[in-house]
Write a protein that binds this ligand. Structure first.
Ligand code: AP5
Ligand code: MG
Length: 205
């Protein structure tokens, strides 16, 4: 099964995808995580990504396409995968159609107020990418032993720009994928959200 996660920045795409990955044994492919790993490696390409991501704008469609193409051609993707953060606009969705058949699109709905409360408190593990929130988890270290870090683009001004880019570029995908959509209320707890999505996915297996 090929699943796409849609939703505004901070809606909980990564949090939900990590739960689906563990329970459905499907690899979680987050383009944001891949780009941040490239940044952390200090490569020249990573330096270019860093300059763009810190403004809240998107990396070029062609570059991200190459990254996704390479990742989904790996053996662990043979039975499906979860795409989180890709596609991000109609052009990317059309490019994806040429290499994959999308089965389900999950859209997480949350208010801007919730996003602005959640994102400044997010942390993630630099080793395994697990997502945390400072309000709920007080330790500086992940369960895996990795260090928890704050994202460069989780500053208020950048979050506002990311929301604008989301509305202009990504929201039109809801119409594009309207026949495959599972709509999720993202304002409840991660476990309630996961249980709802699990039932919906099982109907489609
Ligand atoms: P990306 O990393 O994809 O960021 P994003 O889309 O802005 O989404 P986030 O990762 O911020 O939020 P999320 O929905 O995953 O929420 P999370 O689960 O972490 O992209 C970053 C940048 O990379 C882009 O701006 C762009 O520059 C570039 N990029 C990436 N893909 C690209 C592409 N395809 N093309 C071009 N450029 C691309 O949760 C957030 C917080 O809320 C956490 O603290 C979490 O603990 C908490 N939380 C989650 N769910 C709940 C809940 N139900 N209740 C309470 N708290 C919750
Ligand atoms: Mg994410």
């Amino acid at each position: 099964m090929v699943i796409i996660m849609l939703g505004a920045p901070g809606s909980g795409k990564g949090t939900l995808a990590q739960k689906i990955q563990n329970n459905f044994m499907l690899p979680h492919i987050s383009t944001g995580d891949i780009l941040r790993e490239e940044i952390n490696s200090n490569s020249n390409l990573g330096k270019k990504f860093k300059e763009i991501i810190k403004t809240g704008n998107l990396i070029s469609d062609d570059l991200v396409f190459e990254i996704v193409k390479k990742r989904i051609s790996k053996k662990d993707c043979m039975n499906g995968y979860i795409l989180d953060g890709y596609p991000r606009n109609i052009k990317q969705a059309i490019m994806l159609e040429a290499m994959a058949k999308v089965d389900v699109v999950i859209n997480i709905e949350v208010s801007d107020k919730t996003i602005l409360e959640r994102l400044p408190n997010r942390m993630y593990c630099e080793k395994c990418n697990k997502i945390y929130n400072k309000l709920l988890y007080k330790k500086p270290i992940c369960e895996c032993g990795g260090k928890l870090i704050v994202r460069q683009d989780d500053k208020l001004e950048v979050i506002k720009q990311r929301l604008e880019v989301y509305r202009k570029e990504t929201q039109p995908l809801l119409e594009f994928y309207k026949d495959k959509l599972i709509k999720v209320n993202g304002q409840t707890s991660p476990d309630v959200i996961y249980n709802f999505v699990e039932k919906e996915l099982k109907k489609r297996e």
